[in-house]
Write a protein that binds this ligand. Sequence first.
Ligand code: SAM
Length: 309
Amino acid sequence: MENLEKIFSFINEKSEQYEQNSELTYLEGVLNTLEDILDQKIEWVGKDASKEEIRKAVQLAILKGMRKSSQPNHQMTPDSLGLLVGYFVEQFVEEKLSQGPVSILDPAVGTGNLLLTVMNMLDGKTFSTGIEVDETLIRLAADTAELTQQPIMLYHQDALQKMLVDPVDVVVCDLPVGYYPNEDVALDYELCAREGMSYAHHLLIEQSINHSKDGAYLFFLVPANLFESEQANELHNYLKKHAWIQAVIQLPDGLFANKSLEKSMLILQKQSKDHRAPREVLLAKVPNMSNKQALSAFFEKVQIWKKQK
Ligand code: SAM
């Protein structure tokens, strides 16, 4: 049996036992199983597996658990998007990666799947910080990070409140979308709505920029209609002041269950005296990922843009 299948079957079987023999949900069963492995209460079948095999097997078990109790804003970032984010991180910070470890922040780390996909791609060249409000998700992230031996410091808190995080080189984040309920905290942000409630995804962009080094790159999965909302003008003005938009990448049709859930990738650079804005913003659409020819034309377009930027 392949490692991935072996690990998934193992976690799945133990999680089902938890679900059947106690009051726990399947997802809580996954969490307990991962903790049992780490506490060496059960024999770990993944000793010879690669980091990616472990991440993918855990991801399958979490996905199964999430399908049973789904909440749209808690959804794990799928591999297709994680790999694309990883590709762009690699392209934008290529030089920095060759000089030493690069620090990454994910202020809404969820299960850690996006962050770990990127870290596994750049294995040994990064160290990260993840923030998450949901306790079950952050525990899943902590366990998967430990099993894959990736250096991640995790904080269980609201990422819009004060964070004890040194400025980072890179931010990656699949932003939670919607209104932010804590209006007192929102007042600390330039992007606080003048009327009514503020958007959590806008405030998280600002908070990410606050915690980035000058010249850092930020990779966000954002709602496809980010620049069309009623607060889009304020977001535009804020970005003009603090960041340079590097790229807006439309994601392939069919990746999202319906139009209202469609996302794009927004790539920013925090403004700095040592850098300059790109000559042109990269505007591109990722083709259907099974179309190899179209996909390689897309990557070529990115390379040409990069050379001219
Ligand atoms: N990339 C994650 C993964 O692979 O599992 C998924 C991110 S999910 C789209 C957005 C996450 O943001 C959710 O896990 C949600 O609990 C978290 N979140 C929402 N508001 C937050 C806040 N104010 N501070 C920190 N995390 C928050």
